[in-house]
Design a protein around this ligand. Structure first.
Ligand code: PLP
Length: 273
């Protein structure tokens, strides 16, 4: 037996509503034809109205779960979302050093859209100093860029691109600047220290079912990278997938708040290679 599934691993928080976090990631992996694996860093209490609590899983248990997977079915790509504590960031970094997966994308989740803190003290620093240098790509919005760069929020899109290039130089990771916070019509931009590596166009979708959009974008990037696309194409395809999932979940009543998108609007059969 020499064939295998294309495997993706999500290391993220559990959102029991399924809109964001691990469940959104695994649905995205499956929708794009990949086999999904998942290790929970935190258990949250939330629904479509927002997050109201979160408890971290013990970092040593996270590390043992990761070891068990890497030892047996090593992922072709890893997506890291909510980490929760600096101890868990350290545990993930050790696993990455031991196993060196070919592609790692980080979504440095520190707060929900509603403003609930999803990271303990010291996590932002640990993400920048410990995790980002071990990642292929880091996806940030304006606030996350400001936190990671240790600078005030960028005044405009040009200033954000310059800050993202500096962060790329400092961490050695490519930075995907998510541009929605500046202007919904602005494209997302992938930056290296040398400049723009890719532009991912997107159009605003009129829907309130936007819960988990950021989680889904980075898990789709991981899936496309695992399937063999280069970084620029993976970002463009992932953005296209998010737009389609948002569009097809646009008119669905999903809870009293911000529902999730329709991840499984057109699932691909599992890719075996
Ligand atoms: N819960 C978990 C586990 C998450 O990872 C995230 C975001 O990444 C959220 C909640 C917040 O999602 P949103 O920004 O859509 O409110």
């Amino acid at each position: 037996m020499s064939k295998e599934y294309v495997r993706c691993l999500s290391i993220a928080g559990l959102d029991p509503s399924g809109g964001a976090g691990l469940l959104a990631d695994v649905k995205t992996f499956a929708a794009l034809g990949c086999q999904g694996m998942a290790v929970a860093t935190c258990l949250t209490v939330q629904n479509t109205l927002g997050v109201c609590d979160s408890t971290a899983v013990d970092a040593a248990l996270v590390e043992r779960q990761l070891e068990a997977l890497f030892d047996d079915t090593p992922p072709h790509a890893v997506k890291i979302g909510m980490t929760g504590t600096a101890a868990t960031v350290g545990a993930i970094a050790r696993v990455l050093d031991r196993h060196k997966p070919p592609f790692v994308v980080l979504d440095p989740v520190v707060a929900s859209s509603g403003g609930f803190a999803l990271a303990a003290d010291g996590v932002a620093r640990a993400l920048v100093e410990t995790l980002m240098p071990r990642c292929t790509m880091v996806a940030v919005n304006r606030d996350e860029l400001s936190l990671a760069a240790g600078e005030p929020p960028a005044a405009d899109h040009a200033a954000a691109q310059a800050a993202a290039m500096r962060l790329a130089a400092r961490t050695g990771s490519c930075i995907l600047l998510k541009s929605g916070h500046f202007d919904e019509t602005k494209d997302d931009v992938l930056l290296t220290p040398r400049g723009v590596a890719a532009v991912a166009p997107g159009r605003p979708v009129a829907t309130r079912n936007t819960h988990g959009t950021g989680c889904t974008l980075t898990s789709a990037i991981a899936a496309w990278a695992a399937l063999g696309l280069g970084m620029a194409d993976a970002v463009r395809e992932a953005k296209r997938y998010v737009q389609q999932a948002l569009n097809s979940g646009r008119d669905v009543a999903a809870g009293r708040g911000r529902g999730g998108m329709n991840h499984l609007f057109a699932p691909r059969p599992a890719v075996v290679r």
